[in-house]
Design a protein around this ligand. Sequence first.
Ligand code: SF4
Ligand code: SF4
Length: 723
Amino acid sequence: MTTMEFTRQIFPFHGGVHPPEMKDLSNRAPIVKMPIPNKLVIPLQQSIGNSAQPVVNVGDVVLKGQLLAASNGTVSAAVHAPTSGKVIAIDAQQVAHPSGLAELCITLETDGRDEWIAKEKFDWQAAMARGDAKAVRDYLQEMGVVGQGGAVFPSHLKLFGREALETLVINGAECEPYITCDDRLMRERALEIVAGISIVRQMLNAKQVLIGIEDNKPEAVAALREVLKTCGFAAEVVVVPTLYPSGGAKQLIKLLTNIEVPSGVRSTELGVQCFNVATVYSIYAALEQAEPVISRIVTLTGNVERPGNVEALIGTPIDDLLKFAGVKTASDYIYGGPMMGFTLPSTKVGLTKAGNCVIAMDAAHFPEKPREMPCIRCGECAVACPAELQPMDLYWFARAKNFGKAQEWNLFDCIECGACAYVCPSSIQLVDYYRFAKSEIWDAERAKKSADTARERHEFKQFREEREKEEKAARLAAKSAPKPAAAVADAAPVDADDKAAKIRAAMARAAAAKGETPAEIAAPALDPEKAAKIKAAMEKRAAEKAELDALSPEEKAQRDLDKKAKIEAAMAAAAAKKAAKAAGEEAEVAAPAEPVVEKPAIDDEKAAKIRAAMAAAAAKKAAKAAGEAAPVAPVETPAEPVVEKPAMDEEKAAKIRAAMAAAAAKKAAKEAGEAAPVAPVETPVEPAGEKPAIDEEKAAKIRAAMAAAAAKKAAKQAAEGKE
Ligand code: SF4
Ligand code: SF4
């Protein structure tokens, strides 16, 4: 361990362990640029949050730095083409994840030309000068900048601050054994890192900047201190003792500021924000060089011929990296450090933005893990835990699938540093149990969220249907509601003038449809006599209606009975009249003056009966004339041929008597002046304009009486003709 001068008080955190550093395997050689591989497999899940959405199609030829997949939501970051080439696949492929599950990837066949897309530098300083920090954050999201310390948290989300930040912490601790990429980056690109720190400091308006570096990286400390001398702002490199996990954000904040970030609290709420050195480097590259995150420094170490750090394109297959480093013998490979990393499910997977190290395991340094033994409750894990948890209890809760209890015991404060497992004498792979418990809880949360979403959708659907029903009911009610008084007045036929006006309007519409002029149709409606008649009729109906409405139910019933009796009497009168008329018609049929063929066809039998009746009447008259008592009124004798008298029988005589009785009843009804309906009688049609205005009812009665008299006369004439 290198002895370093501590220039500032540090505040040790709880726990921590001292695993073998193994950094000198890879920290001696400078960063080498990795040759462009033939193929890149670029996962679209390159940050926590949503996967980026592809904006290219299979077959597209793309340039270096071109957008391949856009950020999808606030917690997401874009993905770009690491070099020029052709998109040959967009499909699910296995990715660098302990689960070994497949995720959507874009496979790019490289063309070796490494041709950049036209770079357009974003004037972030102008944006900041006009107070538009959001534009800078959006730009960084579009450039795919995420935290490269392992958490891959989208950086634009950490650059949001309403108030001046008290302390900006830059994480250069790099506490994991074997990993040296940050160390080499700080040594070789201190200027760019400081430029990135300057940007972040400006965006967060940080009052002080502290750069934490473990004391096993004296070259990095020196390089940064040298650059900071001329950077133009105050920043301090703070050397911290080498103790795993001093590179954890909470642990480094504690070391540098003595601020302990409690469970469930973000450090920004306490005035502190932390960025990894590789992340501020990417921020610099994006804002000053217009370069998205398309590559990163990765440590290739362990059982390889040429351990060191390479700058590799995102998506480079791990196989290519290992070949470049010179794999000695086939083995398993750790992605990340030996404490927090995981064994790769396959070396075909592509390098991600979080991929800081690939370790080829060998038996000497990574002996086979001893078999797990029962927990002996020694408490060593609790002593080592930097998060001050009770790892053995979390282990039991996770093992028993008592996830609620595990959450109660702050499972999610565990940073999976592996310090507890490192010290466990029973060789219990404690972190595996915690990861299992966390994934189960996340799955349950996702399922619950999904169910909540489905329930909310269902409830909204019900609400919408209810609302539509109510709206429909309201519409129907509005339609059936009484119209306003004015509208009713317009619609009601209150007098003849209104009626006439409506008739005129209707006639005008009809005339317009026929092409007539308004003048042509206006004249008839202006007839005052007709209008007066209409008005009188309407008034009469209104009076009748009012009279009817005023009657009691009993009076109405009596009225109905009276009306019925009148109707029956009228019907009897009509029947009698009809019989009389038929008799008259028969008489006309018998007259030789008219051609028979032109008469209406009548029933022969009926005609014979009528003739017989007429003959009987004639005989009766003759008998009367011969001395009998019955006086007979004189009648005119028509010039008709005399026919032979048929012998009269009783049946015929009865019929004749019935006809006469009916005629008498009709006469009685007439004399009573009742408005009985009469059978239709043909009357001469006179021109309407020449007729005086008389009561229609009276005229009808007169016409009925005249028709009855004519019939009677005809019958009489017929009878006399038979004599
Ligand atoms: S260190 Fe291991 S054996 Fe000891 S208490 Fe923790 S889990 Fe149990
Ligand atoms: S892995 Fe979790 S429980 Fe174990 S020491 Fe680290 S923080 Fe503590």
